[in-house]
Design a protein around this ligand. Structure first.
Ligand code: TXA
Ligand code: MG
Length: 339
C-alpha cells in the first residue's frame, strides 16, 4: 500500500498494531470526539473482562459498543425501530449512543446482563480507521478509573491507567469533551438517559411526531442502569462545590478568610487577591466550555487546594449536559461526601 506521507504510514502502522492487540484480546485506548475510550473486542468476553479490571468498574455496568458505520447496527441489535434508523442517519458518526434490544449472541459481559445493548459510531478519524480495520464492534467505556474524571487527551489516559493499557492511540484533544448523549429506544418510549452535546430538542426534531405517538402508546417505563447516571461520578479528589454567580465573591472571601487554598472555575476575571487562589476563567459558550471541562477539572484538582468552587452554568438547554457533569462532580468529590 502507498502512503502520501511518513505520518500517514506511521498512523497506519499504529492502527495495524492496535488491531493485532484487539484480536489477541488485549486493551487499546483510542480517541473519540467525546472522550477517550478503553477498547476491547466486544465479541470476546475475556477481553471485555479486562476493561472492568483496568477501570475498577463493577461488572454489572453495561458498556457501549462502537461500530464502524450504521450498517453494522443489525449485527448487534434486534427489532431495530425506525426511530433508531432516523437518529443514526441524522447523527452518526457523532456523539449519540442508542440503547436497543440486543442480538441474543451479544454477551452479558458487554450488556451487564441486560437484554439491551448501547451502540454508537464515533466521529473521530482515528477511531473510524481503527473500527474499519478491526471490522467488528469495540466495547469501550471512558478510559478513566471508575468514578473519576473522563480523559480528553492521551496524556490523561496514561496518567489514569498507566501500564494497565498496552497501547494508547494519540488523536489529540477530544473536540466535544463530554460523553455522548444516550437515548433509550428499547422500551417504546424514547428517553434520554444521559444528556450530551446532542440535546433533547435535536432528537425530537428528527423523530418529530413519532416521538409523541410512541409516548402515548407506552407511558412511563423504568430506565435501565447507567453508571454515568449515579449521583457521584466524574469526580475530582478535591471537594467541589457549585456556587451561583452572584454568591461567588462572598464564597471566595469566606473560604480565603478561613485560611484555605481555593481553586475556582468562573466566568468572571480573577479578583485582585494574590495568595492562596488558583483561578481559571471559563468559556462563555457551552461548546467551548464542554471542550475544556475535564481538562479544567484535572488542573483544578492538581492545584492542591482545599476546595474547588465552580460558578454554576446558565440554566438553559445548551448547558444541560455541562450542569449534569458538574453536579455529579460535586457529589462525588472529596473523601467524605458532605455536599
Ligand atoms: O462518549 C461516550 O459515550 C464515551 C466514548 C468512549 O464513546 N463512552 C462512555 O462510556 O462514556 P461509559 O462506559 O463511561 O459510559 C457509557 C454509559 C454507561 O453509563 C453505561 O451504563 C451506559 O452507557 N450503557 C451502556 N449500555 C447500556 C445499556 N444497555 N442500557 C443502559 N445503559 C447503558
Ligand atoms: Mg465513563
Amino acid at each position: 500500500m502507498k502512503f502520501a506521507s511518513e505520518r500517514e504510514a506511521a498512523a497506519a502502522a499504529k492502527i495495524a498494531h492496535a488491531v493485532t492487540l484487539l484480536r489477541a484480546g488485549e486493551l487499546v485506548a483510542f480517541p473519540t470526539e467525546t472522550v477517550y475510550g478503553l477498547g476491547a473486542d466486544a465479541a470476546n468476553p475475556a477481553a471485555v473482562a479486562k476493561i472492568f479490571a483496568a477501570k475498577g468498574r463493577p461488572a454489572d455496568h453495561p458498556l457501549i459498543v462502537h461500530l464502524p458505520d450504521a450498517e453494522a447496527l443489525d449485527a448487534w441489535a434486534r427489532e431495530v425501530p425506525e426511530s433508531a434508523r432516523r437518529l443514526a442517519a441524522a447523527f452518526w458518526p457523532g456523539p449519540l449512543t442508542l440503547i436497543l434490544k440486543r442480538q441474543p449472541w451479544v454477551s452479558d459481559a458487554v450488556t451487564g446482563g441486560q437484554d439491551t445493548v448501547g451502540l454508537r459510531v464515533p466521529d473521530h478519524p482515528l477511531a473510524l480507521a481503527l473500527l474499519k480495520a478491526f471490522d467488528g464492534g469495540i466495547a469501550a467505556p471512558s478510559a478513566n478509573r471508575y468514578g473519576r474524571i473522563s480523559p480528553t487527551s492521551a496524556a490523561h489516559v496514561r496518567a489514569d491507567l498507566g501500564d494497565a493499557v498496552p497501547l494508547v492511540l494519540d488523536g489529540g484533544d477530544c473536540e466535544v469533551g463530554i460523553e455522548s448523549t444516550i437515548v433509550d429506544l428499547s422500551r417504546g418510549t424514547p428517553a434520554v438517559l444521559r444528556p450530551g452535546a446532542i440535546n433533547a430538542a435535536d432528537i425530537a426534531r428528527v423523530l418529530d411526531e413519532r416521538l409523541g405517538q410512541t409516548q402515548r402508546e407506552h407511558p412511563g417505563t423504568a430506565t435501565p442502569r447507567v453508571s454515568g447516571s449515579l449521583a457521584a461520578h466524574y469526580a475530582p479528589r478535591t471537594p467541589l462545590r457549585l456556587v451561583a454567580g452572584d454568591e461567588l465573591a462572598t464564597e471566595v472571601k469566606a473560604a480565603l478568610a478561613s485560611g484555605g487554598r481555593i481553586a475556582v472555575l468562573a466566568y468572571a476575571a480573577r479578583p485582585s487577591v494574590a495568595k492562596n487562589i488558583f483561578w481559571r476563567i471559563a468559556a462563555g459558550n457551552a461548546a467551548a466550555y464542554a471542550h475544556d471541562l475535564y481538562a479544567s477539572l484535572r488542573d483544578l484538582d492538581a492545584a492542591a487546594c482545599d476546595t474547588i468552587l465552580v460558578e454554576a452554568p446558565p440554566d438553559t438547554p445548551a448547558w444541560l449536559a455541562i450542569a449534569d457533569r458538574l453536579q455529579r462532580a460535586a457529589c462525588g468529590s472529596g473523601e467524605d461526601d458532605e455536599t
